[in-house]
Every structure is written in structure tokens, then in C-alpha cells.
Ligand binder design. Structure first.
Ligand code: FAD
Length: 465
């Protein structure tokens, strides 16, 4: 695509048209505005526009169109592949637009595009409601929703994207569009997992569900000697659990804040999304009896606290690389990989989560969203995060090795939000494989209609051809 330089007249016009700061590299505020969560993504944009209101979006989109420069959209800046920034292009940062409005009676929540999960949880819990979100509270709602959104309510209420009822967005040709199931069901479908390919979202409307304000949370902790037994117990325990119980099993070397020593541990984490606490306790006791843990924390926790319990383990500015896969089997062959790879994690900051899926997640079919492989019983997310650039090669190799080992058990699809950056020389994930061929063709059709020139291409890109 042809680029035109960012001339002074174009910049002057933009500064007149928007209320938020327009930052070039020589301005002092640029240095703070540049970094994203993943420090491996060290991009230097030509311009960063920090929107102060939704009306700042259309002029910035117009500038990207006029210059042909790549345009990156940033919500919470947590995208692991670094899609919230771009070298030499324009970043439109919506991170200051964070208002959340709860309609308690209708059980809906309107969320501006720069809000974090913490903003939404704080607003909804005051009404005894919750939107299904992710598990680290500084993550942006925008990227999370547009890619899917897996967390502690997935089995009870589906993905964040499954609960998206409508949105406001600015399209590539500068139109402000409000979309819901009545106005443009196909675009709403595409927004529930197709990423930031179709426009700049300025607002999301979600369905909220009664919850809390406390949930029963459990962490059953196992030392290495018990892992094989613990995984076998997880395999049979998770075969027939009610939707209310979401289980995420994590293998990691614990960060100091957990005060759990420096040997790798396996944590069977569970959240019970029901007021019937005794029933939840009985289910957790089944796992406890099947494989008694070395340590445990089980009890009622304020929802907001549970949602932010792991925050300190994921600070902004770490280096990161992630891969994911879905799978159904949890037999000895799979357990061998999980145990062997887990034991290799002798360093702080590389871990993997096995999410138990099913429940409501599996009942939202392909007509709800393009999210792949709803039949999968498990998704595994292998995530490295570390501080020292000299460790890049070893940590990335670990994550790729784990991905390779799990590939033979994989049952299809990839989750775009759990993907790291793929450099030259390494296999780039094919979007048709990621979403599956049918969903991908539908996404291409929506892309062709909304963004035929691929203005929104700094993302896991759906090409309009
Ligand atoms: C520490 C950590 C914990 C995480 N935990 C979870 C989890 O529990 N569950 C889960 O499902 N995922 C999780 N993720 C993954 C997360 O969902 C993705 O990284 C997601 O992309 C982050 O969204 P963001 O808005 O913060 O990212 P950003 O980097 O700001 O944006 C990511 C991409 O989203 C799109 N986008 C952002 N804003 C807009 C907009 N206004 N309009 C259109 N497109 C836009 C763009 O394509 C952009 O490039 C986690 C990530 C991290 C780093």
C-alpha cells in the first residue's frame, strides 16, 4: 500500500479535529504512551493519538486513510502479539475512555472501548451482577471481547463475546454505526471473535448475570510428586461437572507474591458461580478426596478480589510469548506431556493453564460467533513472561516445544487472544485454520463489506480477498 508522509498540514488538521493529545516521537509524553504490556514488542509509532472522546476516532481513521499508514487500535494494550501498536504507523489509543454504565433492571452494561476488566467488575458487582470476562483485571475489554474472552464464568455463561449484545463503531469510511442483532446480525456475529478487523469500536453493550458479590473460590495445590495423580483425578472429576463450576488448572513456578516456595506447583483452581455454597463445597471436596492436595485455599471471596488475585504476577513491561490449542483427551499420554513439560519449568514466569470448557460455552454454536471448536473439552494456554531479554530464545523455545507436543492431541482452531507474535522464519498461523474454513469465509465476506481496502490490518488479519 502507498504511504504519504505525515505532513504538517495533515497534523494541524488532526489537532484541530480531536480533543485528545496527538503525540509525535519528539514530545515528552510520547515515551510514556509508547509501550504496550509485552516488552518484546518495541515498536516506535510515527504518531499516537490518545482519544479523549469517541468523536476523536473518525478524524484519526480519516488520517490513516489519507496517508495509507498502518493504524493500530489500542484498548488495554495487553495483546500478547503486540497488535495494539505499530512501527512507523498511527496508534489510536482509546485507553482514556473507560466509563461503564450498568442498567441493573435490564441486566445490561454499556462499556467504553478503553475500559479494563477491573472497571467493568467494579461497576457490576455493586449491583450483584457480572459480565463473563478474563482472569487478569488490567486486560482491556476491547481486545478481550473482540477475540473471545475466556475466564471464570465461561462454563456458566459463555465467552465475553457470547454476551456481546451490541456495539458502536466507526467504520473504515468514517461512518458511526450502531450494531445489534436487529440492525446487522452478521456484523455482530463477526465482532464476537473476529477481532478488530471491521471498525473502531467505541462502545460495547453486554448482557450481565446475577453473581455474588462473593464467589466460592478454590486453589488446590500439588507438589511435583503428586502431579500425575492430580491430573488423573482432574481427568475424571471434570467429566461431569455442572456449568456453575469453572476449572482452570495451572502449572507454574510461583511468583514470590504467592509465598509458595520456588519449586513448580500445580494449582487446580475452581470458581463456583452459584449461591448454593454447600453444593460447590461438596464438588470441590470430590477433587480433594480423589487426590488430597499438599496445600489449599478454599472459601468465599469477593468477586472483584478473585478477579484480581493474579494481577501482580502479570506486570506490564514483562517479555511474553504465548501459544494455545484445544483438545479433548486427558489420558496418560496427554498427562505425560503435561507432567514432563511442567517439570521443565524451573524458572519463574513460564506456565500453562488448562481451561475446562464445555457447559454454556459448548452450547453457543457457530451461529453465535466465529470462535472455533466449541466441542473442545479443554483449551491449553502456554504462556511465557520474563524480564531478561537474554532469556528470549529459551523461553520462546519452551512455549513452542509445548505447542508442538500438544499439536498431536489438538482438535482444531486457535484462540487469537492467546497467540504470541510470529516472526519471520516461523510458521504463521493460518486464519482459515484458526477459525475453521466456514467461519473464515463468513468473516471475509463481512470484512469485504465493511473494510474492502483492509484499513484495519494491524490485527490477526482477515484479508478482504
Ligand atoms: C496478563 C494477561 C492476561 C490475560 N488473561 C486473559 C484471560 O483470562 N482470558 C482471555 O480470554 N484473554 C486473556 N488475555 C488475552 C487478552 O484477551 C488479549 O491479549 C487481548 O487482545 C487484550 O485486549 P486489550 O484491549 O488489552 O489489547 P490491545 O493490545 O489494546 O488491543 C488488542 C487488539 O484488539 C483490537 N482492538 C483494541 N481496541 C479496539 C477497538 N476499540 N476497536 C477495534 N479493535 C480494537 C485491535 O485489533 C488490537 O490490535 C490476557 C492477556 C494478558 C497480557
Amino acid at each position: 500500500m502507498q504511504h504519504t508522509a505525515l505532513s504538517e498540514p495533515l497534523l494541524t488538521d488532526l489537532r484541530r479535529a480531536v480533543r485528545g493529545p496527538v503525540l509525535q516521537p519528539d514530545e515528552p509524553a510520547y515515551a510514556d504512551a509508547r509501550p504496550v504490556w509485552n516488552a518484546m514488542i518495541d515498536a516506535a509509532p510515527a504518531l499516537i493519538v490518545q482519544a479523549a472522546e469517541a468523536a476523536d476516532v473518525a478524524p484519526t481513521v480519516a488520517l490513516a486513510r489519507a496517508t495509507g499508514l498502518p493504524l493500530a487500535l489500542r484498548g488495554g494494550g495487553h495483546n500478547v502479539a503486540g497488535k495494539g501498536t505499530v512501527d512507523g504507523g498511527i496508534v489510536l489509543d482509546l485507553g482514556n475512555l473507560r466509563s461503564v454504565e450498568v442498567d441493573a433492571e435490564a441486566r445490561t452494561v454499556r462499556v467504553q472501548a478503553g475500559a479494563t476488566l477491573a472497571d467493568v467488575d467494579a461497576a457490576t458487582t455493586a449491583h450483584g451482577l457480572a459480565v463473563p470476562l478474563g482472569v487478569v483485571s488490567g486486560t482491556g475489554v476491547a481486545g478481550l471481547t473482540l477475540g473471545g474472552g475466556v475466564g471464570w464464568l465461561t462454563r456458566k455463561h459463555g465467552l465475553t463475546a457470547d454476551n456481546l449484545l451490541g456495539a458502536c463503531l466507526v467504520t473504515a469510511d468514517g461512518r458511526e454505526v450502531t450494531v445489534d442483532a436487529g440492525t446487522d446480525p452478521e456484523l455482530l456475529w463477526a465482532l464476537r471473535g473476529g477481532g478488530g478487523n471491521f471498525g473502531v469500536l467505541t462502545e460495547f453493550t453486554f448482557r450481565a448475570h446475577p453473581l455474588g458479590p462473593e464467589v466460592l473460590g478454590a486453589n488446590l495445590i500439588y507438589r511435583t510428586e503428586r502431579w500425575r495423580d492430580a491430573w488423573r483425578a482432574v481427568a475424571s472429576w471434570t467429566r461431569d461437572l455442572p456449568d456453575e463450576l469453572t476449572v482452570i488448572t495451572t502449572t507454574l513456578t510461583p511468583p514470590p507474591l504467592l509465598d509458595a516456595g520456588d519449586e513448580p506447583i500445580l494449582i487446580v483452581g475452581a470458581a463456583w458461580a452459584s449461591p448454593d455454597v454447600a453444593a460447590g463445597e461438596a464438588l470441590i471436596d470430590q477433587m480433594r478426596r480423589a487426590c488430597p492436595p499438599d496445600d489449599e485455599e478454599v472459601g468465599l471471596v469477593p468477586w472483584v478480589q478473585w478477579q484480581s488475585a493474579m494481577d501482580a504476577a502479570f506486570p506490564k513491561g514483562v517479555r511474553a510469548y504465548w501459544r494455545n490449542a484445544s483438545f479433548d483427551r486427558m489420558d496418560d499420554e496427554v498427562i505425560d506431556v503435561l507432567v514432563r513439560r511442567g517439570e521443565e519449568q524451573s524458572w519463574l514466569g513460564t506456565a500453562f493453564d488448562v481451561h475446562l470448557m464445555g457447559g454454556a460455552f459448548s452450547r453457543f454454536g457457530p451461529d453465535t460467533s466465529p470462535f472455533p471448536n466449541r466441542e473442545a473439552r479443554f483449551w491449553i494456554n502456554t504462556y511465557g513472561f520474563w524480564a531478561d531479554p537474554q532469556q528470549d530464545q529459551a523461553r520462546v523455545a519452551f512455549v513452542r516445544g509445548m505447542a508442538r507436543d500438544m499439536e498431536r492431541f489438538a482438535t482444531g482452531g486457535h484462540y487469537v487472544n492467546f497467540m504470541g507474535q510470529e516472526e519471520d522464519g516461523h510458521r504463521t498461523l493460518d486464519p482459515a485454520v484458526t477459525f475453521g474454513a466456514d467461519a473464515y469465509q463468513r468473516l471475509v465476506a463481512v470484512k469485504r463489506r465493511l473494510d474492502p481496502d483492509n484499513l484495519f490490518r494491524v490485527n490477526h488479519n482477515i484479508r478482504p480477498v
